[in-house]
Design a protein around this ligand. Sequence first.
Ligand SMILES: [Zn+2]
Length: 163
Amino acid sequence: MSVRKITEYPEKVLAKIGKPVEVFDDELETLCADMFETMYAAEGVGLAAQQIGLSLRLFVMDCEGVKLVAANPEIIAEEGEQTSQEGCLSIGKVPAVVVRAEKAVLRAQNSKGEWFEREAEGYAARCFQHETDHCDGKLFIDHLPKMRRDMVVKRFTKEKKWK
Ligand SMILES: [Zn+2]
């Protein structure tokens, strides 16, 4: 297992729709193990393939007891609304308030290719939505009004310069 380098905004791969995962083999298991390792090292609760530079519909998460690998993820149902702060490892964890569905049902394949459905609420549901967005080439800042989006990007760019 190894910790991979995290892809940061505005690298192009983050804005591209990922390719479907078609092969469920040992290589994919290793990739998922690396993604978990990378996510834990960065103290994140979710990580999509885009965030290590791969244009693939794949993410891993470990958030409030919901630990899973999701290949070819889709949000098939949503309910309610939640408004709270969100951040992204690819944008230096600069936080911003994002409105999301309070409950979400995720449909995806595990690392063996078996389909499953999982329901979550609160923070874990937010994570489903954030990571599925990554697979569709979408970032959390794409949900923000332009002015707030610019503020997040500006702060991220500034903090990066000091590192
Ligand atoms: Zn993210």
